[in-house]
Design a protein around this ligand. Structure first.
Ligand code: BES
Ligand code: MN
Ligand code: ZN
Length: 504
């Protein structure tokens, strides 16, 4: 296995002109749109002369290119300092290029450039940050578990020269922000892609601690004994079926100035979900390696907040457990006491996420946050309701809508969903305060949200983001999204943190 674990992001430089030398091996990535008379380059006026633009546009016409969104063409153009050109279509944008169109185009380009080490791009003239995020996220690979037999011989994309109208300090800061954001998403993907053999609660906690300490965060890790002593009945109940015992990790970033807000983040960290005694069918059970996708995104986000020095406090509370069937596992019908005292009848051991999250939410609320964002691969019902790419966002009406709007803006496309009052009746238990599953088959995603709401302190604005399918792409790669871990909803949560930092 390769020595440096995880994905290494490429180095990025910003330049206001096409470098005359040093890029002989590079590919120049250029945006094209569908013009009236055929494909037309955009954003390249400052970097290419009319002759080069002519040569590119007539080559594209000869290839019957249209400039449709995502269309790629590799060209060799004489007289340029680069080895080749890759054009990427943005479609009929009418002069407006939404950030995610640029991000997806950049991602598609990066995926097409297998084995190319250096990219010079003019997509960044249109939107620097979107172009960089798309290139880095599209160039992501995960090779930690390949031996020399199948590991790629090349290093992938290692260097990006982003063309921009200037290379002033503010432009460089924007580029650095994009690299930090993409690196955070890559961190979340790495965690999700690490197999359950190698990522179990104690190991996950250790890696989260190392990342947190490197970013200057306060770190606290509770092991199974500390969890039992402090009354974390949900985390202990779910975790006790495994020989690899649970943890609770707390990562604190303090950046608030006087009057600055405090945001709590909570993420589901089930390192593998067999279902427990209520065991899942064998088909696709291996996808449950992604059941810690919420935890991965939360850890990456608090580290990113610190890197970007946001003027708010961010406190991540991350419960980690492996849900296994065994002689020590909890049984359907067991009653446990969640942290804070609410009792729960565990009617289905496969509804384990809400049990560990309820404990974590109560603990997170003890810090008196202004806002709480919780995210989890919580229900198969998310996929039924919204499909593979659309997270469901629930919670306090106003904050939920704000989170969904910002999620749309960054291209992660979370969608607001309601938490109807009457669903609470479906969680009645004959022996305890609550049952962990509904007596009805309806609205499984919303019922899980209703369960979690019982544990959120009254004065905390909260949002729950169900990422069951969006955290893990089981289909083919698209745009800047590879197969496997996607890193969703890291960019949504960071956008919310930035918005809170700016607007309270
Ligand atoms: N981790 C699963 C949810 C899930 C399903 C995530 C598919 C990703 C893809 C969760 O723990 C679970 O098993 N939920 C149950 C809840 C049910 C028992 C109420 C489900 O959705 O079936
Ligand atoms: Mn489950
Ligand atoms: Zn689960």
């Amino acid at each position: 296995m390769s020595s440096a674990p995880g994905y290494q992001a490429p180095t990025v430089t910003v330049s206001s002109s096409l470098p005359g030398r040093g890029v002989a091996e590079a590919v120049l990535v250029l945006p094209v749109v569908t013009g009236d008379t055929g494909p037309r380059t955009v954003g390249v006026d400052a970097v290419l002369d009319a002759e080069a633009v002519d040569a590119i546009e007539s080559a594209l016409s000869a290839l019957n290119a249209t400039g449709a969104e995502g269309q790629l063409h590799r060209l060799v153009i004489a007289g340029l300092p680069v080895a080749s050109v890759l054009t990427v279509g943005l479609g009929d944008a009418g002069g407006e290029w939404p950030a995610d169109t640029i991000r997806r185009a950049a991602g598609a380009a990066a995926r097409a450039l297998d084995k190319v080490g250096t990219v010079v791009t003019a997509l960044s003239v249109l939107d620097l940050e979107a172009a960089l995020e798309g290139l880095i996220l599209g160039g992501y690979r995960f090779t930690d578990f390949r031996s020399d037999k199948t590991a790629p011989k090349d290093k992938g994309l290692t260097k990006i020269v982003a063309l921009a109208s200037d290379a002033k300090a503010a432009t460089k800061a924007a580029a650095a922000r994009a690299v930090d954001v993409a690196s955070a998403v890559a961190t979340a993907r790495d965690f999700v892609n690490t197999p359950p053999s190698h990522l179990f609660p104690a190991e996950f906690a250790k890696q989260a601690k190392a990342l947190g300490e490197a970013a200057g965060l306060e770190v606290e890790v509770l092991d199974d004994k500390a969890l039992t002593r402090a009354g974390y009945g949900g985390i202990v109940g779910v975790g006790k079926g495994s020989s690899r015992l649970p943890r609770l990790v707390r990562l604190t970033y303090r950046g608030a100035k006087r009057g600055g807000k405090t945001v709590a983040l909570v993420g589901k960290g089930v390192t593998f979900d067999t279902g427990g005694i209520s065991i899942k069918p064998a088909a696709n059970m291996h996808h449950m390696t992604s059941d810690m996708g919420g935890a991965a995104a939360v850890i990456a986000t608090v580290v990113l907040a610190a890197r970007q020095k946001l003027p708010i406090d961010v406190i991540a509370t991350v419960p980690m457990a492996e849900n296994m069937p065994s002689a020590t596992a909890q049984r359907p019908g067991d009653v446990l006491t969640q942290y804070g005292g609410i009792t729960v009848e565990v009617l289905n051991t496969d509804a384990e996420g809400r049990l560990i999250l309820a404990d974590a939410i109560v603990r997170a609320c003890e810090d008196n946050p202004d806002y709480l964002i919780e995210t989890s691969t919580l229900t198969g019902a998310q996929t039924v309701a919204l499909g593979a790419r659309t997270p469901g966002v629930m919670g306090s009406d106003e904050f939920r809508d704000r989170v969904a709007r910002l999620s749309q803006a960054v291209g992660e496309n979370g969608w607001a969903m309601p938490l109807p009052e009457e669903l609470k009746d479906d969680l009645k238990s004959t022996v305890a305060d609550l049952a962990n599953v509904s007596s009805s088959r309806y609205a499984g995603m919303l019922v899980a949200g209703v369960y979690l709401r019982e544990f959120v302190a009254e004065d905390v604005a909260w949002a729950h983001i169900d990422i069951a399918a969006p955290a893990y792409n089981t289909g083919g790669p698209w745009g800047y999204t590879p197969k496997g871990g996607t890193g969703v909803p890291t960019r949504t949560m960071f956008a919310v943190l930035e918005d809170i930092a700016a607007n309270g």
